[in-house]
Design a protein around this ligand. Structure first.
Ligand SMILES: Cc1ncc(COP(=O)(O)O)c(C=O)c1O
Length: 369
């Protein structure tokens, strides 16, 4: 965030149009263009985007939705919001994304959708997932994947609906915020209405309409998941920088690859050929049999030296709520469990200096037991 974002807030404040209006429309349009999809619908977070994707696809009681066991908790939570059952599938601990073979085993006649998470900005293997999914729709949890691509196509246009996050830990931020993308006009209309209480027309259309006595029709149960124009004004500035943000992160990711490739106990992120990584995070794996100390001790060691690290994310099946609700054991998903226990995101963001990166590399290369 900088001066331009600060100045961008002036427009909506001066205009008096604070909730979803012209800035949101412009933000949606640019997001759609950048992600090569016909429709983008701005909402309040990726969580609400995922919720609307499920509702729009008719996910409800009695249905199952396949969710990776290693993701952010809200990928699974939204399935429960709909009264349906999340069915976890294991991940490949090398890419941190869904293992299509495991997805195949979890499919049932009740499977209503599959959540393909593009974790940390790396797209899931959509071709392999589509092959096992057959006619089951795939929702992209692209929370981390703004600007990412898969075999020449942008994230957000790879499934039936794509769901993005603008949380500050993401490459492009609006403080909080999210986006649904889709190529399906009917789904887009449904999601647009669902985010606005189920209204048949938008606030702006109503405000500017010729007949002030007409309120919208409300034919479906909706929500208030509207993004504000203040957020969208900031988002527009951020989006214009998205390419340069990602390019800069990519350059430093390449530096990490070069400089850390000979640290034998640290597995670096895997980027398959023909994938454009979004570099939301640079997530390594501390290999337990080779590392000079266990992952958590290493994280403390780095913290004491001013280097902030985090586990990539959590294994949702090991969180108390899910473990108890669904009767799950840590060993049910060995890939997710391994990633939960051994993944480590090392610093990568657009405010870091060359000295920061050099210091991190120097520290990691010189760790001994
Ligand atoms: C994979 C994944 N899904 C969903 C979310 C939720 O995003 P939000 O905070 O915008 O609701 C996140 C956020 O970190 C995420 O990483």
């Amino acid at each position: 965030m900088g001066e331009e974002e600060w100045l961008a807030c002036r427009g909506p404040i001066e205009s008096g149009w604070l909730t979803s209006g012209p800035q949101v429309q412009a933000f949606e349009q640019l997001f759609a263009e950048l992600h090569q999809v016909p429709h983008a619908i701005a909402v309040t977070s990726a969580t609400t985007a995922l919720h609307l994707a499920c509702v729009a696809l008719g996910v409800g009681p009695g249905d199952e939705v396949i969710v990776p066991a290693f993701t952010w908790v809200s990928t699974a939570n939204v399935v429960l919001y709909c009264g349906a059952r999340p069915v976890f599938a294991d991940i490949d601990p090398v890419t941190f994304n869904l293992n299509p073979e495991d997805v195949k085993k979890r499919l049932s006649p009740r499977t209503k959708a599959i959540m393909a998470v593009h974790l940390f900005g790396l797209c899931a293997d959509m071709d392999a997932l589509r092959e096992v999914a057959g006619s089951v729709p795939i929702i992209e949890d692209a929370a981390c994947a703004a600007g990412a691509s898969y075999k020449g196509r942008m994230a957000g246009g790879l499934g039936v609906v794509g769901c993005f996050s603008f949380h500050p830990r993401k490459s492009v931020t609006t403080g909080e915020g999210g986006m649904c993308t889709t190529s399906d006009s009917e789904l887009a209309e449904r999601i647009r209405s669902l985010r606005n209480h189920g209204a048949s027309i938008s606030e702006e259309q109503r405000h500017k309409g010729p007949r002030p006595y007409i309120l919208p029709e409300f034919n479906i149960l909706g929500y208030n998941y509207r993004m504000t124009d203040l957020q969208a004004a900031v988002g527009l500035v951020q989006l214009k920088k998205m390419h340069s943000f990602i390019q800069e992160r990519k350059r430093w990711a390449e530096y990490y690859f070069r400089e850390l490739s000979e640290v034998p106990w640290l597995r670096l992120p895997h980027v398959p050929e023909d994938y454009g990584h979004g570099w939301q995070s640079y997530v390594t794996t501390v290999l337990p049999d080779q590392a000079p100390m266990p992952r958590n001790d290493l994280m403390e060691y780095l913290q004491q030296r001013g280097i902030s690290t985090r586990p990539g994310t959590h294994a949702v099946h090991m969180l108390a709520y899910y473990r108890e609700k669904l009767g799950l054991q840590p060993e049910d998903y060995p890939g997710a469990r391994f990633a939960n226990d051994h993944s480590m995101a090392i610093p990568l963001h657009n405010r870091m200096t060359a000295e920061d990166f050099e210091y991190i590399v120097h520290t990691l290369r010189n760790i001994t037991a």
